[in-house]
Every structure is written in structure tokens, then in C-alpha cells.
Design a protein around this ligand. Structure first.
Ligand code: C5P
Length: 230
């Protein structure tokens, strides 16, 4: 299981400060809406210049018509990042278009599909999708798998059942991780590292418990120690 740190601080300088503090760790860095909209491609280059071994996950959650998604996927692949994501509810045709286009390249980033946002509780999810999270989440994961996507973004409680219905090699990345019982903030389905490990999660995403903490480096160290413990 690998650690992916969300860089959601309010400015480029603050994100870079955090990354410099943890530059010797073997971790993934997640660049999301906030920083990519504000800082664009320069944040990717800055992160790589701090440590070229950092793996970068660009969390832009594409959701559009198939041709637009495939065009955007190619632009993203040209950025030299290691992983990005789309919304599974954009449909199987859109996800297949993305993968067909990327598979023509010599190398490509990993592609994940978001099943259900971890901020949804079951009631909110039902209002949009008219089915409970576990059922619809598994169905969306199966669509992603059939479209040739590499894995899904899901809550920590759905990883095992998703792998059972797709493949053990189908990757799961789970946000909403609160390693030491921190506040859930706006997340609804949160779990700790122990749960993630039991659920055979491949990547945990941790944001506020690291970037808002008094001791981000210390927290990363503690999390990495826990990852190797179980
Ligand atoms: O601060 P926290 O640990 O809650 O950060 C979670 C990160 O993961 C945020 O950047 C959020 O945008 C992202 N994310 C999520 N749920 C998803 C997909 C991404 O929380 N389904």
C-alpha cells in the first residue's frame, strides 16, 4: 500500500513548502483542482524538480463526452504525470475512448475512475444515482474494468468488494483516510490505515491530516511506519 498526499494548501508557495519538508520520502503527490487551476503545469515541473522520483497523481476527475475526454487525456499524458482520473459515471464509452487513445502511446499514465465521492453519504448518493453506494459503486467499477481502466477511486469500505467483482490487480485508491482518528471534515465515509490494509487498498490519500497538521513531516513518517507494520 502506498501513501498519496493531497496538496490542497491555499497557495503554490505553501504546497511547495510542504513538499520540500517531505522531499526524501517515497510518496505520491496529488495535485487537485485547486492547485492545477491556479498554478497550471508549473506545479508539476516544480514538484519534479524537488525530487524527480515523486510520483504525481493529477486529480482532475474528467467528465465529458468521449471525444473530449480522450483529447484531454492525451494532453494530460503529455504533462508527464504518473496517474490521473475520470468519473466512471461519464460512461463506458467515454472511458474506453480514453484508454484506446492512451494505449496507442509508447507509455501512458495509470488511469483511475471515480465511483462514488467519499463526501457522499448514502442518502445524498441515492438522490443522484437511485441506488445504494455499495451496489452502484461495484457496478461503476465493473464498467471501468470492462473499459480497460486501471482501477478506481472509492471509499476505503468498498475496496475489497470491488476487487472481488473485477480483479485483484484492479487498483483501488481511497481518499477519506484519517490515520489517527482526526476529524472527518466534509468527508462522510472515513477509515484508518488498518481498515485500508484489511480492504487490500493499493493507495491511500491523506490530505488535511498531513497538510494542516503542526508536524506534517512527523505525520508522514508515522503513516509510513504504520503502512509497513500490518
Ligand atoms: O483532506 P482530505 O484527506 O479529506 O483530502 C482528500 C482529497 O481527496 C481531496 O483532495 C479530495 O478532493 C480528494 N478526493 C476525495 N474523494 C474522491 C476523490 C478525490 O476526497 N472520491
Amino acid at each position: 500500500m502506498e501513501l498519496c498526499i493531497a496538496l490542497d494548501r491555499p497557495s503554490l508557495v505553501e504546497n511547495i513548502d510542504l513538499v520540500k519538508e517531505i522531499k526524501d520520502f517515497d510518496v505520491w503527490l496529488k495535485v487537485g483542482f485547486r492547485s492545477y487551476i491556479r498554478d497550471g503545469e508549473s506545479i508539476i515541473n516544480e514538484l519534479k524538480s524537488i525530487n524527480p522520483n515523486f510520483k504525481i497523481f493529477l486529480d482532475l476527475k474528467l467528465y465529458d463526452i468521449p471525444n473530449t475526454m480522450a483529447d484531454a487525456a492525451e494532453e494530460i499524458a503529455d504533462l508527464g504525470i504518473d496517474m490521473f482520473n475520470v468519473h466512471a459515471s461519464a460512461g463506458k464509452r467515454g472511458m474506453s475512448a480514453v484508454m484506446e487513445r492512451l494505449n496507442k502511446r509508447e507509455s501512458r499514465p495509470k488511469v483511475l475512475a471515480v465511483t462514488a465521492l467519499t463526501s457522499f453519504d448514502n442518502k445524498e448518493f441515492m438522490e443522484i444515482y437511485h441506488e445504494p453506494i455499495p451496489k452502484k459503486g461495484v457496478q461503476l467499477a465493473q464498467h471501468s474494468f470492462e473499459a480497460g481502466i486501471d482501477g478506481v477511486v472509492a471509499s476505503v469500505f468498498e475496496s475489497k468488494i470491488i476487487k472481488e467483482h473485477t480483479s485483484n490487480d484492479f487498483l483501488t485508491l481511497t481518499p477519506g483516510i484519517r490515520p489517527f482518528g482526526e476529524s472527518a471534515d466534509d468527508q462522510k465515509r472515513v477509515g484508518n490505515i488498518y481498515v485500508a490494509k484489511n480492504q487490500h487498498v493499493d493507495y491511500i490519500v491523506v490530505g488535511r491530516p498531513i497538510y494542516n497538521s503542526e508536524d506534517p513531516r512527523g505525520n508522514v513518517e508515522k503513516i509510513l511506519a504504520e503502512l509497513t507494520q500490518f
